[in-house]
Structure formats: structure tokens, C-alpha cells
Design a protein around this ligand. Structure first.
Ligand SMILES: *Cc1c(COP(=O)(O)O)cnc(C)c1O
Length: 418
């Protein structure tokens, strides 16, 4: 059972001022979860969660996370600019990019962000642009398959990210020669994981590598960045990851591998996006059409331009018809958007209560990789983002796009003369 964080009455009141579709975030949920993450890793003195900005690049959201002690993980020029505007500075910014353009490296360096090199060749590329900083990080890819128990979780050998072990060694050796003094190791091996053992297993691999690199190169390993990948239960029958158990699992591996080597000062970093935000955002849309052909369709005023995950990955997003929470789910619908693209379906063969035109559909868990993945195909405009504040008030974090926004890259000044 999944429960919306607003009732039909609350939603109706919001809609009087802000028409659907829109994304709505829950400040209370975001703050409570961020505090829990910090508690789970409070055993580690240097712990910091660098929120993956790409998940929700919305200043009002980043501000809340900053207040809760998080940093920002950026991977592009504009994400760096957002982080800067929100007031993140220097080592509160992790720059974990790949195939990085020169100007992005220059801005990251100017901001004093921690540079995370995705590739061995990026070191020489960076050196042409700026001096190697004292603190640097390299991204590791162990290759092969990454397994937890008997389930293959992901396939690092097929992923474009990171360096081989030999490249890590050679990279750190060169960086040390060029003046780097403090080193970080980063890796992202599996996405959307549901097991509490993912971070501990990844930590073990990275801690063992850290010990090896420290011994072989006589360098100071300052931090291990476990990156993102902790999942959330998108389906009602799934169980949530237990962040306290995850933190405890990492602590055990830390005590087992790093502490005996005199490496008890290594900071643990994370770069979670989904776990920090997905459950604390939802998309509200209105049913504007019903269609009866070979299947039963409900058409929403939202489309994949507002929430792309179902179209892109076949991702499941739970739905609640507001006000009908207690009704039997005895109707089968495809709930769709209006793109001229048949994958624009938020739900396929979904059991729901009978939907009437005008019903408000609450789509769960859109807080991360939701609005941010949106696009403008078919000339569709991206929706507003609202915040349900802790005091119950609504704040507009980002207005909905207008045709002027869509046409801003043309010179259509004549068309919009009033
Ligand atoms: C996408 C990404 C993350 C966040 O991933 P989640 O699945 O949202 O936890 C973190 N770090 C990097 C480098 C990423 O690309």
C-alpha cells in the first residue's frame, strides 16, 4: 500500500492556484530522510552525501538538502552553475562527469570542486587547462559482472564509466607526481538496487583497492565515494532499503579492512539521487479523456515530456486516484499521455478504481529523475514544480514552461509582441 502525501482536498486547493500537471515535493519527507542518511553514517567523521544534482536540479530542493548538510554532485557546466548559485562551494561540490568538455573542467576547477576523473586520459586533458589540485578523485570500473548473492546486479564490464585497476594505479602515480596530496576513489556499479548489501559489497571492493593503492604508491587516501545506486520501492509490494542497516554494513567492512591498516581517517562519501528524493516527489495530473477501443485508455493532461521514466525504461510508477483510495481496483486501464509516440504510457494494464474525467491522478515516486528527465518532444511544455512546505503552505519552485520558453532559441520577437 502506498499513501499519497496529499489528500484530494489538499490537491484541489493547490490546483485552484496551479493547474495540473505539476510535480509536488514533500519538504518534511526530504528533511527526515536526509537526517536519517546522516545518522546512518554518523560513525564516520568525514561522511558527506553529495546529492546527485541531475536527479532534481531544482534550486529550492538543493537549498533544503544543503541545510541538511548535503553537498552537490554535478556532472555538467549548468549543474555546476546551479550548485554555485545555491551557495555550494569548494569541497561541497563533487564533479563526477564523463566525456567532459574543457569548459566544464575549468568551471569545476574555478569553483574549487573536487574533480573526479572518469578516465585516465582526462588527467592529461585537465593538465592543459589547469594545475592538478591537491585533492583529486578517480573513478574505478572493476569490469566483469557485479553480483550480490546469486543475482547479477549489473554489468560493469559493459559500462562506459571509470578506469581499469592498472589505469587507477598509473593515474594516481601521475597525479602524485603532479602534486596531488589527497586521493579519493569513486565507483558506481549498480543502479536502483534493492539490497542492503550493495553499498557494503561495493565498499569492500573499494576499501581493498584503497589499501593496495596506499601501500604501492605511498599516498594518502582521503575518501571513498560509494556514489549512487541505492534504490527505492517503486512498487507497493517491494520493501524499502534500510539505510541504517546499510550504514552499519559499511561500518563493519570499514573496521575490518581500513582500520587495521591505519586508515581510520578515510571519509565515506555518497552521491545518492534516487534514495534522497524519489519517494518525496509526486506528479499530479488530471484525467481529461477516456477512450474505448481494443483496450481501455485514460488520457492525462501530462505526458512523457513531464515524466519520461515509464517511456524510457518501462519503469513502474504507482498511481493513486485521489479520493478513491478505498475503492476496489476493478478496472483495467492504460493510462497515457498525448505524445504522438506509442510508448507514452504511464501505466499499462493497470488495475485501478473506475476513473472519471476530471479525476486527479497521483503518480508516486517522481521526486528523482522525474521532472529533470523531461523534454520538449511534440512541442510539449514541461510542468511546474511545487513544494509542500513543513507548515502546509505551497511554494512555487519552478513555474511551468510557456510557449515563449519553447521558442526562446528562435527570434520570434514579432509573434509575442503584445
Ligand atoms: C546518476 C548518478 C548518481 C545518482 O544515482 P541514483 O541512482 O539517483 O542514486 C550518482 N553519481 C553519479 C556519477 C551519477 O551519474
Amino acid at each position: 500500500m502506498k499513501t499519497p502525501f496529499v489528500s484530494l482536498e489538499q490537491a484541489k486547493k493547490i490546483i485552484e492556484q496551479y493547474p495540473t500537471p505539476f510535480h509536488l515535493y514533500d519538504e518534511k519527507g526530504i528533511r527526515e530522510n536526509a537526517r536519517k542518511v546522516n545518522r546512518a553514517f554518523s560513525w564516520n567523521k568525514g561522511f558527506k552525501e553529495f546529492f546527485a544534482v541531475k536527479a532534481t536540479p531544482t534550486p529550492g530542493i538543493l537549498q533544503i538538502l544543503k541545510e541538511e548538510g548535503c553537498g552537490a554532485d554535478c556532472s555538467s557546466f549548468t549543474e555546476l552553475q546551479i550548485a554555485q548559485a545555491v551557495g555550494f562551494s569548494c569541497e561541497e561540490i563533487m564533479f563526477s562527469s564523463n566525456m567532459t568538455p574543457a569548459e566544464d573542467f575549468v568551471l569545476a576547477n574555478d569553483l574549487g570542486a573536487i574533480i573526479n576523473f572518469d578516465d585516465f586520459t582526462h588527467i592529461a586533458y585537465f593538465e592543459k587547462l589547469a594545475k592538478i589540485p591537491e585533492t583529486v578523485c578517480c573513478r574505478y570500473n572493476p569490469g566483469g559482472l557485479f553480483q550480490v548473492s546469486n543475482d547479477i546486479m549489473d554489468n560493469p564490464g559493459d559500462a562506459k564509466y571509470g578506469m581499469t585497476k592498472e589505469q587507477m594505479k598509473e593515474g594516481f602515480r601521475i597525479l602524485k607526481e603532479k602534486g596531488a596530496k589527497h586521493f579519493g576513489i569513486h565507483s558506481f556499479l549498480a543502479s536502483s538496487t534493492s539490497s542492503n548489501t550493495y553499498y557494503p559489497m561495493l565498499a569492500k571492493i573499494l576499501f581493498e583497492l584503497a589499501v593496495e593503492l596506499k601501500k604501492e604508491l605511498d599516498i594518502h587516501i582521503a575518501f571513498i565515494n560509494l556514489s549512487g545506486g541505492v534504490g527505492v520501492p517503486y512498487r507497493p509490494e517491494e520493501t524499502a532499503c534500510d539505510i541504517m542497516a546499510i550504514g552499519e554494513g559499511v561500518r563493519q567492512v570499514y573496521e575490518e579492512i581500513l582500520e587495521p591498516e591505519g586508515m581510520g581517517d578515510v571519509a565515506i562519501y555518497t552521491e545518492m539521487g534516487r534514495f534522497m528524493l524519489a519517494p518525496y516527489g509526486s506528479m499530479l495530473a488530471t484525467a481529461i479523456h477516456e477512450k474505448h477501443i481494443y483496450k481501455e485508455y485514460i488520457g492525462l493532461d501530462a505526458c512523457a515530456a513531464n515524466l519520461m521514466r515509464p517511456a524510457m525504461y518501462g519503469a513502474y510508477h504507482h498511481m493513486t486516484v485521489l479520493g478513491k483510495e478505498e475503492q476496489a481496483c476493478d478496472h483495467t486501464y492504460d493510462v497515457v499521455g498525448g505524445l504522438c509516440e506509442n510508448n507514452d504510457k504511464f501505466a499499462i494494464d493497470r488495475q485501478l478504481p473506475e476513473i472519471k474525467i476530471g479525476d486527479i491522478i497521483y503518480i508516486h515516486d517522481t521526486g528523482a529523475h522525474g521532472h529533470s528527465m523531461g523534454y520538449n518532444y511534440n512541442g510539449k511544455l514541461r510542468s511546474a514544480e511545487l513544494l509542500l512546505k513543513e507548515d502546509g503552505e505551497i511554494a512555487l519552485l519552478r513555474r511551468a514552461e510557456t510557449p515563449e520558453d519553447y521558442f526562446a532559441t528562435f527570434d520570434f520577437t514579432g509573434l509575442f509582441k503584445k
